[in-house]
Design a protein around this ligand. Structure first.
Ligand SMILES: [Zn+2]
Length: 322
């Protein structure tokens, strides 16, 4: 298999060159070139993240002992639809903290450098909730243009799209899961379950919690980030319409207060609508387990970003005190 490896090395050398002279917009060009050189069978195989030029690598010793994931029939690597990671004026680029099943980058933008760390995560449900990714991008541009809104004692991280493969696959029901068919917001290790009673839960297509807690590369990427940062407060964005869900099972006290303040600022519902669904393996519950104040917050619809409301939510997040 030395020939394919040689090809990969050539491509990544090219990638580094294009990044230098053309910015991240070059990724799309390189991705097409890369795909053209791949054997047909490669489209059904996840790319080893070890072969990719990660700029951030979680400490493997701090992660759980995780099961090996199996190749999948859903691979979207041949569909290059994900919006090219955008580069802000002045060349500000995101930190790539890991890669999806099909090799798409998972990006974090960082604002400020204070000791109080806050985080926004969008796109965990991929293209089904693509408007959360659009909101994250609007917030990123807004903060870039108005850096003074970040208090001097705060660092804000925005992970704009945790499920880029789902976003590339479909902006509808089929875009919800990752390229292993896993619902990433059921894959975190807290209260994890492979299956769950679908009464009152999302049931528009097949989903699972994965082959084990944190079985998915997207999940492990974010777990590694959370385990190596001290995030005090986190908003995990979803859509649509159910309200604001505090993390924790039962709901953790400071997360309830955070949810109430966010609901007051945005007019999203608190308490959230109880559909009877039992939520397993969620990011918000995992973040609480790590000591963060955390919520799942739903935009009003599947199409709007509710930008003005979420500027108010951003203010609550940035100024949150436990
Ligand atoms: Zn969701």
């Amino acid at each position: 298999m030395s020939a394919p490896r040689h090809k990969k090395e050539t491509i990544w050398t090219t990638l580094a060159w294009v990044l230098n002279i053309a910015g991240l917009g070059g990724i799309a060009i390189v991705a097409v070139a890369y795909l053209a050189l791949q054997p047909v069978s490669a489209a059904s195989q996840p790319i080893s993240t070890a072969a990719l030029p990660a700029t951030y690598t979680p400490d493997p010793n701090s992660l759980l002992d995780l099961p090996t994931v199996t190749p999948n029939p859903r691979s979207t690597l041949i569909v290059v639809q994900t919006p090219t990671p955008f580069v802000l004026a002045g060349g500000t680029r995101p930190l790539v903290i890991g890669y999806s099943v099909s090799g798409r980058p998972i990006e974090v933008y960082t604002f400020g450098n204070g000791e109080k760390q806050r985080m926004i995560v969008a796109g965990i449900h991929g293209g089904y909730e693509w408007n959360t990714i659009a909101l994250a991008d609007e917030l990123i541009i807004h903060i870039y243009e108005n850096p003074n809104i970040i208090p001097s004692d705060v660092t804000l991280y925005i992970l704009r799209n945790l499920n880029p493969d789902g976003d590339a696959r479909d902006h509808g029901y089929d875009g919800r899961v990752n390229d292993h068919g896993v619902d990433l917001n059921r894959n975190f290790p807290t209260n994890w379950s492979a299956e769950w009673d679908r009464d009152g839960c999302w049931d528009y297509g097949p989903t699972t919690g994965g082959t084990g807690p944190g079985s998915e590369p997207e999940t492990r990427t974010l777990m590694g980030f959370l385990q190596t940062h001290k995030i005090e407060a986190l908003i995990s964005y979803h859509s649509a319409a159910l309200g604001v869900f505090p993390g924790g099972e039962p709901w953790e006290k400071s997360s309830i207060q955070f949810a109430k303040e966010l609901a007051d600022a945005t007019d999203y519902s608190f308490p959230p609508l109880d559909t009877g669904c039992t939520f397993t393996g969620t990011l918000a519950d995992y973040a609480v387990e790590l000591g963060a104040t955390s919520v799942d917050m739903e935009l009003s619809t599947h199409t709007n970003t509710d930008f003005k409301k979420n500027l108010k939510a951003l203010d609550v997040l940035l100024n949150w005190k436990k």
